[in-house]
Design a protein around this ligand. Structure first.
Ligand code: MN
Length: 575
């Protein structure tokens, strides 16, 4: 069995150079030896699992280190092998990846805390080196494919986690086909009755529509060829089960209202061809009003590009048509991984750098944004509540009057929009115009709306905004302004300043305490005592009691303390 599938893996990477092939093969034999005698719950030899993950990554043409690390991803988990052993055998890069995947799997909590912990770890991993998350996603895909072998309680927990964490993550990374696969594998375990219903509902309708596509496909091909458009590929794509169910929920379970149950998809060589093809199709069949979508001029927030139209075909049947170039197709299926397909021209070092910089790119700015604020939110349920909106909700694009696109969750308001443009605009917002019309500040924005925020000097956020804003960014800024106002009121009442207990955790070193106290002194604050607690911690906790005159001064003090060398964490308490 081992050799047959190793052959399959080798087949996928036969274009890689010999030294790359050698390292992958060596990783296989190492893992095979370590896992020997172990069996999956399905009865298969254990190696079949890491091998399956490695093959998926090889199909994406990822770099040799990622494929080798996928083969090794469970060796440091359930066996006597350590990360140090892997480092010695395979070097830093592969050891780093294996360590990263192993850490993602180690979760302390259960229930809602477990989910929050898991997501926090994922965000850090994405920002640091996304290959770790790609391996984890393929690990999960194979675990889902073999889920039938597990006991029912485990099945349900793993499938739910897949729906709530892994599929949205794949979606946010633009990984369309992986998202669909994970959702459809999880669907029957999490919602068995609904799944059965959808299958029954879809069955007859699907075959009817498939027959219709068979009728119009040759016609479409002819129309395009007559205008000498090259068709690289034309195929039908069926809506996957889980997304069909989601859409049915929105449309009162009426399958007749779902026009993209099966869509006709065509791949043409260039962007110009895409628009020409759209024009030719519309010349023969009338488009359904409001359903022409130009995701080329305005890609979806996860990078998806295509032209979509819904037309009245022969006999008045309604059908969706999707038009895209091969590059757009590759990106729609594989998202972020498509950018990193490994080619021999790329030097391995540059590859690593490339990945690190792509993760910091604007297109992944949400990762950094989430990582920043999730540090501030310590309450797990609050964290997840915000995530459900900021991360899991469908995204829309709204435009500034200058045409800049702002990426927001569905249901966002002009106040959310204002804060996403700039915090100063949010703070001084007094009204909004959407597509030229005045609207209240709690108005629900739609995709493609042009939003103009009207500001007023010296205007302050209204506490009522907290009742309707949808994004954590807006919430954070509003709460912070309100808190400052409140604090200044308290601080202003105390002669000589309000006593604040500032707590610093950092690596002890010579002169550390001295550096901290001179920061405090630079604010002309007369410290009222300081003490150090060691307790069980590896790093000491230093507590300083400081009389502070305003919230602004407090904020500056905390920022400055955080920049002292060796400081890990600064917190405070008003006493
Ligand atoms: Mn695994």
């Amino acid at each position: 069995m081992g050799t047959v599938t190793l052959a399959l893996l080798k087949e996928k990477i036969k274009s890689y150079n010999p030294s790359d092939l050698a390292i992958i093969e060596r990783a296989f034999h190492f893992a095979d030896k370590v896992h020997r005698g172990q069996k999956r719950k399905s009865g298969e030899p254990y190696i079949a699992h890491p091998l399956a993950a490695a093959i998926r990554l090889a199909e994406l043409k990822l770099d040799p280190a990622t494929i080798a690390a996928a083969l090794l991803h469970d060796t440091a988990e359930d066996t006597g092998v350590s990360i140090e052993d892997i480092r010695r055998e395979f070097g830093d890069d592969i050891a780093f990846l294996v360590d990263g995947v192993t850490k993602l799997g180690k979760l302390k909590y259960s229930g809602i805390e477990r989910m929050a912990e898991s997501l926090r770890k994922m965000f850090f991993a994405i920002a640091e080196d996304i290959r770790v998350v790609l391996i984890k996603l393929m690990d999960r895909l194979h675990n889902m494919e073999t889920l039938a072998a597990l006991p029912p309680e485990k099945q349900k927990r793993i499938a739910l986690e897949t729906l709530e964490i892994y599929a949205p993550l794949a979606s946010r990374l633009g990984f369309g086909d992986l998202k669909a696969a994970l959702e459809d594998l999880a669907f029957p375990y999490v919602y068995p009755e609904e799944h059965a219903m959808v299958m029954k509902l879809a069955q007859s309708e699907m075959s009817e529509r498939a027959n219709y596509i068979k009728r119009i496909q040759p016609l479409t091909e002819k129309y395009l060829r007559d205008e000498s458009i090259t068709i690289l590929d034309m195929h039908s794509r069926a809506k996957h089960q889980y997304s069909l169910w989601q859409k049915l929920l929105k449309h009162d379970m009426d399958i007749e209202k779902i026009h993209d149950l099966i869509a006709l998809r065509m791949i043409v060589p260039t962007i110009e061809d895409c628009y020409r093809a759209l024009g030719i199709i519309h010349a023969h069949w009338k488009p359904f009003p409001g359903l022409i979508k130009d995701y080329i001029a305005m890609p979806k927030p996860n990078g998806y590009k295509s032209l979509h139209t819904t037309i009245f075909g022969p006999d008045g049947e309604i059908i969706e048509i999707q038009i895209r170039t091969p590059e757009m197709h590759e990106e729609a299926e594989h998202g972020i991984a498509a950018h990193w397909a490994y080619s021999e021209q790329k030097k391995l070092k540059d590859y690593r750098k490339n990945i690190a910089s792509t993760a910091k790119d604007a297109e992944l700015s949400w990762v950094n944004q989430l990582r920043d604020w999730q540090n501030e939110v310590t309450d797990s349920s609050e964290f997840l509540e915000s995530l459900k909106i900021d991360f899991f909700k469908n995204r829309i694009f709204c435009l500034t009057p200058r045409g800049d696109a702002i990426d927001l969750p569905e249901g966002a308001t002009p106040v959310d929009f204002a804060y996403h443009v700039h915090s100063a605009i949010g703070n001084s917002a007094s009204g909004a115009r959407v597509n030229g019309k005045m609207v209240p500040l709690d108005h629900e924005l739609g995709n493609g709306d042009v939003v103009e925020v009207i500001t007023q000097k010296n205007k302050k956020p209204n506490p009522d905004w907290l009742n309707f804003v949808k994004t954590s960014m807006a919430r954070k800024h509003i709460a912070s302004v309100l808190r400052t106002a409140e604090r200044d009121k308290i601080f202003g009442q105390k002669q000589g300043g309000q006593l604040v207990e500032v707590r610093v955790i950092g690596k002890d070193r010579v002169g550390f305490l001295n550096d901290l106290t001179s920061v405090v002194a630079s604010f002309k604050i007369n410290m009222k005592g300081t003490r150090t607690e060691r307790g069980e911690r590896s790093h000491p906790l230093i507590i300083m009691n400081c009389p502070v005159k305003s919230d602004d001064e407090l904020k500056k003090l905390i920022t400055k303390l955080k920049s002292v060398k060796g400081v890990d964490e600064v917190s405070y308490r008003i006493i």
